[in-house]
Design a protein around this ligand. Structure first.
Ligand SMILES: C[S@@+](CC[C@H](N)C(=O)[O-])C[C@H]1O[C@@H](n2cnc3c(N)ncnc32)[C@H](O)[C@@H]1O
Length: 216
């Protein structure tokens, strides 16, 4: 995979990509599994939902989301990493309604059908802002009217006010794009891109937010 944004840390390759889930488990001190299950439980997935998962990674999230679906529902994972694709296909191979497509999410694309939900988990913060807007345009184009855009990512917060024992790891681990992501008003941005009816819930001491917005 060619790296387009050298300063981004979401274009994951090599060892980090191959061991992504294990690294998340260790970095979260074992809390990640419970956290992601709880976040996915809040997506209000309906049994027949068609879901796109942008930057789907290893399929860990798709495997959890598919529990809420019946045979009419489906999940399409989009990613550009071959290491992630291998893991996604292996993890989801027994689920006929879960599929993968090698697809850049930051250039315009139109899928064969419209989707009821678009899920993006810890991907949006890792791009320059103008690229995030292109991703949001892609989501808007591929959602049904009234479809939901579900963003699981960092909440808005002030780095200066973050306690030092969290600020130091955040500044060390995260890419520079994350620092402006947390300062932006995401409801306003999404409102300007055609979304409304926001619902939000918070995790990890409010440093993480699930923001759900409805396509108007
Ligand atoms: C931080 S990981 C998050 C993975 C997954 N969403 C999760 O929550 O476990 C970021 C993912 O975005 C993918 N990605 C990065 N840039 C992308 C792009 N331009 N188009 C599609 N996927 C991309 C990476 O390959 C990686 O799987």
């Amino acid at each position: 995979m060619e790296r387009i944004y050298p300063e981004s840390k979401v274009e994951i390759q090599g060892f980090t990509a191959r061991k992504y889930d294990q690294i998340m488990n260790v970095m979260s001190l074992g809390l990640y599994d419970r956290f992601i299950r709880s976040a996915i439980a809040r997506l209000q997935i309906q049994p027949a939902d068609r879901i796109i998962d942008l930057g789907c990674g290893t399929g860990r999230n798709a495997c959890l989301m598919r529990h809420y679906l019946n045979e009419s529902g489906s999940i399409l994972g989009l990613d550009i990493s071959s290491e992630m694709e291998t893991q996604f296909r292996e993890n989801c191979q027994q689920f006929p309604n879960v599929s993968f497509r090698n697809q850049r999410i930051d250039t315009p694309f139109t899928l064969e059908q419209k989707y009821d939900k678009a899920f993006i988990s810890f991907v949006l913060h890792g791009f320059p802002h103008e690229i995030r807007l292109k991703i949001i345009e892609n989501v808007y184009r591929n959602l049904t009217d009234g479809g939901k855009f579900c963003i699981l990512d960092f909440n808005e917060f002030s780095l200066k006010e973050m306690p030092f024992y969290l600020r130091i790891p955040f500044k060390t681990i995260e890419c520079k794009y994350a620092f402006d992501f947390i300062e932006r008003d995401w409801k306003q941005i999404l409102g300007e891109q055609g979304f409304a009816n926001f619902e939000e819930s918070f995790m990890f001491k409010k440093y993480v937010r699930l923001l759900i917005a409805q396509k108007q």
